[in-house]
Design a protein around this ligand. Structure first.
Ligand SMILES: [Zn+2]
Length: 310
C-alpha cells in the first residue's frame, strides 16, 4: 500500500506544539498523528456498498448483557478464575468441580438476553439477505446470545456452553437441559466458602449415544487447546471474501481473533472497530467508534437510504 493510500484512507490530524516564542519566528511541527475515522456518515457509505460483511465479536458484547466472564479483577467463581478451571488438566483432576462451574454458567444464562448490539446484527443479516448480501458472525463468545437474537450465519470459534462433547466417542451434541443432569441440580453456587459438591463421575453428564455412556465435557475450547481446524478453515474463507469487517467488543489481542481483522485490513478492506475504548489494534483500522456497542452498533447497521426493501 502506498503512502498516498494510507494518508487518504485515514483522517490525518496534525498537531502543532512546542511553538517557539514569537521572536524565533519559527514554527515547528512537533508530530503528525494518523488515527482511524469516527465519522459515522463515512462508515455508512462503505456499509451501503458492502456485499459480504464479516463481524467479529468478543466479550464486550456479552458484558453488555450482564454475562460474567470470570476473568479480570473481581471475576471469581468461588476461589478461582476461568483460566484455572477452563483447562483439560483441571477437568482431568476434578471433573465434578469443573462441571459445577459450567452448570452455574449455563444456569446464569437463563436470565440473560440479547442486547441491542446482538439484535442489530441479527436484524441486519435478515434484511441484507433479501438484497443478496451476507453477514457472517465470528464470535469468541460461548453464551449463544447471537443465536438467541436470531443470527443464522454464525461461527462460535470457542465453542458453546450449550454443547457437550463425549470424552469417549467424541460426539458433539446440543444440550439446553436445566439442570444438565440430576446430580448438578442446585449445585454450582459461586460464593467463595461453598464446598465442592464432589459428585461421583458416573453421576456427571454422560453420553447418550448407544452403548457409549462416556463422560461428557463442555464443548468449549479451553486454555491450552487448539481451535477446531474445520471451523478455522471456514472462517478464513469468509475473511477472504468479505468487503467490510466489523470488530465488536473485543480488544483483538487474543489469537486467532487478533489476527483476523488486521489480516483483512492488510488486503485493503475497511475494518471498523466498535469498542468501549481504543485497543492495541485500533491504529490498524479505518474506523473506530468508542462507546457501548449496544449504543454505537444499531445506528451503524440500520437500513441505509439506498437499500431497496423487497
Ligand atoms: Zn460417547
Amino acid at each position: 500500500m502506498s503512502l498516498f493510500q494510507i494518508t487518504t484512507r485515514r483522517l490525518v490530524s496534525q498537531a502543532y506544539c512546542g511553538l517557539k516564542p514569537a521572536s524565533s519566528k519559527k514554527q515547528r511541527i512537533c508530530f503528525e498523528m494518523t488515527r482511524p475515522s469516527s465519522n459515522m456518515a463515512d462508515f455508512r457509505d462503505v456499509f451501503a456498498k458492502a456485499k459480504h460483511i464479516a463481524i467479529i465479536t468478543g466479550a464486550g458484547v456479552s458484558a453488555e448483557s450482564g454475562v460474567p466472564t470470570f476473568r479480570g479483577a473481581g471475576g471469581f467463581w468461588r476461589k478461582w478464575q476461568a483460566q484455572e478451571l477452563a483447562t483439560p488438566e483441571a477437568f482431568a483432576r476434578n471433573p465434578s468441580r469443573v462441571w459445577e462451574f459450567y452448570h452455574y454458567r449455563r444456569e446464569v444464562m437463563l436470565s440473560k438476553h440479547p442486547n441491542p448490539a446482538h439484535i442489530a446484527i441479527a436484524e441486519c443479516e435478515a434484511r441484507l439477505s433479501k438484497q443478496g448480501r451476507s453477514i457472517v458472525v465470528i464470535t469468541q463468545n460461548i453464551d449463544e446470545l447471537h443465536r438467541k437474537a436470531g443470527t443464522k450465519h454464525l461461527f462460535e470459534i470457542h465453542g458453546s456452553l450449550f454443547k457437550t462433547r463425549c470424552t469417549a466417542c467424541g460426539n458433539v451434541a446440543a444440550n439446553h437441559k436445566s439442570p444438565i443432569c440430576p446430580a448438578l441440580g442446585g449445585k454450582g453456587a459461586p460464593d467463595p466458602d461453598t464446598e465442592d459438591a464432589r459428585i461421583p463421575v458416573e453421576d456427571l453428564p454422560r453420553c447418550q449415544e448407544e452403548d457409549c455412556n462416556g463422560l461428557l465435557r463442555p464443548n468449549i475450547v479451553w486454555f491450552g487447546e487448539t481451535l477446531d481446524s474445520d471451523i478455522l478453515t471456514e472462517v478464513e474463507k469468509e475473511l477472504e471474501i468479505c468487503d467490510l469487517c466489523l470488530v465488536v467488543g473485543t480488544s483483538s489481542v487474543v489469537y486467532p481473533a487478533a489476527e483476523f481483522a488486521p489480516q483483512v485490513s492488510d488486503r485493503g478492506v475497511p475494518v471498523a472497530e466498535f469498542n468501549m475504548h481504543t485497543t492495541p489494534s485500533t491504529d490498524k483500522f479505518r474506523f473506530h467508534f468508542s462507546g457501548p456497542c449496544g449504543t454505537t452498533l444499531p445506528p451503524a447497521l440500520a437500513r441505509h437510504k439506498t437499500e431497496i426493501i423487497v
